[in-house]
Design a protein. Structure first.
Length: 202
């Protein structure tokens, strides 16, 4: 009986030691994970601070960079121009421009931003190339008559001003608008002046 009691005491002591060791290991693991998380957050904050310093330095000295930074500044300026051009491409495809005040999208032809009420930016005119220049529809990209108020291909009402861009030569006209008498291109689906469907279009 004494041996059984000694055995149970040893077993209980061993179980207690093992439980304490598991508890200590779990606490140690939890502490390590917490410390690793703190380290990652601090490293991230440090990277953000360095980025902010670099961005501020670029903004303050971009017009007169130090010689050792001139190449990097030129690369950043080129990337900014590329980014702006890509954003303008998306705006043109969406039929929108970006509000310079709030960054919201404004439909082309709108006078004010629907998000903040600021005056809408006037799209910069595209420089004319030598030779035949003809405006394009901002919605479908088809050629427009110079005085068109509607696109003859997609029927959309055009903004008050649309920038002329170089295109292929104008196609010969064959149809006449039954509503206003405007001469229409052969492939026109709608009259560019009044928006009426072209003859023979159901």
């Amino acid at each position: 009986m004494i041996m059984a009691m000694e055995f149970l005491d040893k077993l209980t002591a061993q179980v207690s030691r093992t439980a304490k060791q598991v508890s200590d290991n779990a606490k140690s693991l939890a502490d390590k994970n917490r410390i690793r998380k703190d380290i990652a957050a601090t490293e991230n904050e440090l990277r953000n601070r360095f980025r902010d310093i670099g961005e501020r330095y670029f903004i303050e000295t971009k017009d007169n960079p130090s010689p050792e930074y001139a190449e990097m500044f030129a690369a950043i300026t080129e990337l900014q121009a590329t980014l702006a051009a890509k954003q303008h491409e998306i705006e043109a495809l969406d039929g929108t421009v970006i509000c310079p005040e709030c960054g919201g999208s404004i439909a082309i032809g709108s006078k004010f931003c629907p998000h903040c009420g600021s005056a809408a930016p006037v799209p910069a005119p595209i420089p004319e190339a030598a030779g035949n220049v003809q405006p394009l529809c901002p919605f479908c990209g088809q050629a427009l008559a110079p005085d068109a108020m509607f696109c003859a291909s997609c029927g959309n009402k055009l903004p008050e001003q649309h920038a002329p861009v170089p295109t292929v030569p104008v196609q010969p006209v064959q149809n006449i608008c039954p509503n206003c008498g405007e001469v229409l291109p052969a492939d026109a689906l709608f009259c560019a002046v009044c928006g009426t469907k072209a003859p023979g279009i159901d």
